[in-house]
Write a protein that binds this ligand. Structure first.
Ligand code: RB5
Length: 154
């Protein structure tokens, strides 16, 4: 699976470990930086990863910043992207089963390395359940379509 991965300056070390893990698991991980030395603005990185997922150039994305929050806010601006900050095994699993999450956002400041490795494996291996959850995800798509048609104005 092609997975786009990006972080701001706070997530550089975690991103490197995640890229190693993904490649060890046989995934096609695309590294979108940051490779800057100093601090960068998280919307710039989140937009690159989210655009790849939105355009179908990557099936999934992983974004890391201090909290995971800023990354998720930005990524959700892109059509077809369902992003959220997950913080443990359960949220990683349910995000797939119920929400069909395609962009996993992680906090470099809060999460430990072993927990993150576990969360990623769970997130990669858990299937969307469909059924009533498919109806709910379809409602999200419908809101997206309507809001885009109105240029975001409601
Ligand atoms: C950067 O200082 C910090 O704001 C960013 O990493 C992230 O936590 C934003 O949500």
């Amino acid at each position: 699976m092609r997975i786009a991965v990006g972080s701001d300056h706070r997530g550089v070390a975690m991103r490197a470990k995640i890229l190693d893990l993904l490649r060890a698991l046989g995934q096609d991980a695309v590294d979108l930086g940051t490779n800057e030395q100093g601090s960068v603005d998280y919307p710039d990185v989140a937009a690159q990863v989210a655009r790849m997922v939105s355009d179908g150039q990557a099936e999934r994305g992983i974004l890391i910043c201090g909290t995971g929050l800023g990354m998720s806010i930005v990524a959700n601006k892109f059509p077809g992207v369902r992003a959220a900050a997950c913080h443990d095994d359960l949220t990683a699993e349910i995000s797939r089963r119920h929400n069909d999450l395609n962009v996993l956002c992680l906090s470099a400041d809060i999460l430990g390395e072993r927990l993150v490795d576990r969360m990623i494996e769970i997130w990669l291996n858990t299937q969307f359940e469909g059924g009533r959850h498919a109806r709910r995800v379809e409602k999200i798509r419908d809101l997206e379509r309507r809001n885009h048609k109105n240029n975001g104005a409601q």
